[in-house]
Ligand binder design. Structure first.
Ligand SMILES: [Zn+2]
Length: 193
């Protein structure tokens, strides 16, 4: 009961600043950058990331061909298994992952080529133009760790996706709050408590 109250206090006590940060990250869609909010409390680690789709997909428009949909699908699968993207030391147990990619393949798309007419094709061109704007990828992961100290986090996004240049991390760790900046030279977040 006492522990629960502390968690609720910490989450609600910090919501204001996380909200402000989320607002800030929505405004700042900068290619090469990502914004992370990290909370570690009572051995639970939550990492939320928002980043321009261009960093990982290579484009921000609705995929227009089978190869582009394959890139999209491969990324979706990769993001579901964050163990290759965020390496924890010591390791923790992944409890949940949630991924939001900006595009969804239409149901009829697989038989697309068979009924593709000039008019139909033209409509798709227009769709492409309508979506000619910036898009983000959102992911959220939760782990349960064995120890009460936060593990080291190696952000392998820099290795897997060369377009990544910087990751801004707002962290709240056992009630303490701060910000860290990761980049190609500093890929590991190590916070000494
Ligand atoms: Zn963009």
């Amino acid at each position: 009961m006492k522990l629960k109250s502390i968690i609720i206090f910490v989450i609600y006590g910090t919501l204001g600043s996380v909200g402000a940060f989320a607002q800030h990250s929505q405004d700042a869609h900068t290619h090469g950058q990502a914004h992370v909010t990290l909370v570690f409390e009572n051995r639970h680690l939550v990492v939320e990331m928002t980043t321009p789709a261009a960093n990982m997909l290579g484009f921000e428009h609705q995929p227009r061909s089978d190869p582009q949909w394959k890139v999209h699908e491969k990324l979706n699968q990769k993001l579901q298994r964050p163990d290759e993207l965020i390496v924890l030391q010591p390791a923790c147990v992944l409890e949940s992952s949630m991924v939001e990619l900006p595009f969804k393949r239409p149901e009829h798309d697989k038989s697309h080529e068979q009924h593709l007419s000039q008019a139909h094709h033209h409509n798709h061109e227009q769709d492409g133009e309508a979506y000619a704007e910036h898009r983000d990828i959102y992911s959220r992961y939760e782990w349960l760790c064995e120890h009460t100290a936060i593990p080291k986090l190696n952000f392998r996004y820099f290795n897997e996706y060369p377009d990544f240049k910087a990751i801004s991390v707002l962290w709240i760790i056992n009630g303490k709050q701060g910000m860290s900046e990761l980049n190609k030279r500093t890929r590991t977040l190590e916070i000494v408590q």
